[in-house]
Ligand binder design. Structure first.
Ligand SMILES: Nc1ncnc2c1ncn2[C@@H]1O[C@H](COP(=O)(O)OP(=O)(O)OP(=O)(O)O)[C@@H](O)[C@H]1O
Ligand SMILES: [Mg+2]
Length: 240
């Protein structure tokens, strides 16, 4: 049997994104390879969410080219994305995962076992029958991760998944992210949290006003930033 084609490397060549006269992303050149998580950081409005949407193939660039494993086909068979504010179906936690599995083409007779395994993977087995919208913010993020993992992705794109969570809930989400890394999934994640960058990232993409300001391994970015913008951001100055 032929191995399924890989979506990696994910390559952006001279990619720009515009909405009318507004330049959202400006001529980005990036290669994302397998391995430790790549974190996208930058001030509000820098273009992090827009970049994740391009990486998922949800939006097409206005100029330039995005390719997955050398292919420009935007079919999303091997990718999943978690939005900053995931919307839960008005059903139980288990039914939300079941729906995601059905969408991913999982046969009905396999679904009950896979729902149980996915809820276990995100630590929600005890809440399977709880209406999803009654879960806490942290539990909803973990459920959203279970739904994303239901797609069996090679690349998992996460948009600030811990932005509104307290430290305990953040740790719960980070543990799931790390277990996904262990199982070989490439994580590309937007974050505002420099502690999280230090804990999770292998490398960092730093965006300012839609432009790639710095791309470096985590230690270099945090300890030896090469641009004044990155140095200011790391000091906690307001970079606008
Ligand atoms: N469809 C659109 N039309 C016009 N402007 C847009 C559109 N989508 C995004 N923008 C603008 O592009 C810029 C980047 O937005 P984006 O949401 O990607 O930033 P971000 O880095 O994710 O910000 P945040 O940290 O607040 O989540 C913002 O100024 C936003 O208003
Ligand atoms: Mg955003």
């Amino acid at each position: 049997m032929r191995a399924p084609a890989s979506d990696l490397p994910l390559v952006l060549e001279d990619v720009s994104l515009q909405a009318g006269a507004t330049v959202i992303l400006d001529c980005l050149n990036l290669t994302i390879v397998p391995g430790a998580p790549t974190l996208i950081v930058g001030p509000n409005g820098a273009g992090k969410t827009s970049l994740l949407r391009l990486c998922m193939g949800l939006d097409a660039p206005s100029a330039g080219r995005v390719t997955w494993g050398g292919r420009a086909d935007r079919a999303m068979t091997r990718r999943a994305i978690l939005f900053q504010r995931p919307v839960m179906l008005r059903r139980t936690a288990a039914a939300n995962v079941d729906y995601a599995l059905a969408q991913a083409g999982c046969p009905r007779h396999e679904r009950a076992d896979r729902v149980a395994a996915l809820l276990d993977r995100v630590g929600l087995s005890g809440l399977a029958q709880r209406p999803a919208r009654r879960l806490s913010g942290g539990e909803q993020q973990r459920l959203a991760l279970a739904r994303a993992l239901a797609r069996d992705p090679e690349i998992l794109l996460l948009d600030e998944p811990t932005a509104n969570l307290d430290p305990a809930a953040t740790r719960g989400v980070e543990e799931i992210v790390l277990s996904a890394v262990q199982s070989g999934i490439k994580i590309v994640m937007a974050s505002h949290d420099l502690g999280q960058v230090r804990r999770l990232a292998g490398d960092v993409i730093f965006l300012v006003r839609g432009a790639l300001c710095e791309r470096a391994c985590t230690a270099d970015f945090l300890d030896h930033p090469t641009t004044p913008e990155a140095a200011a951001f790391l000091r906690g100055d307001l970079v606008i």
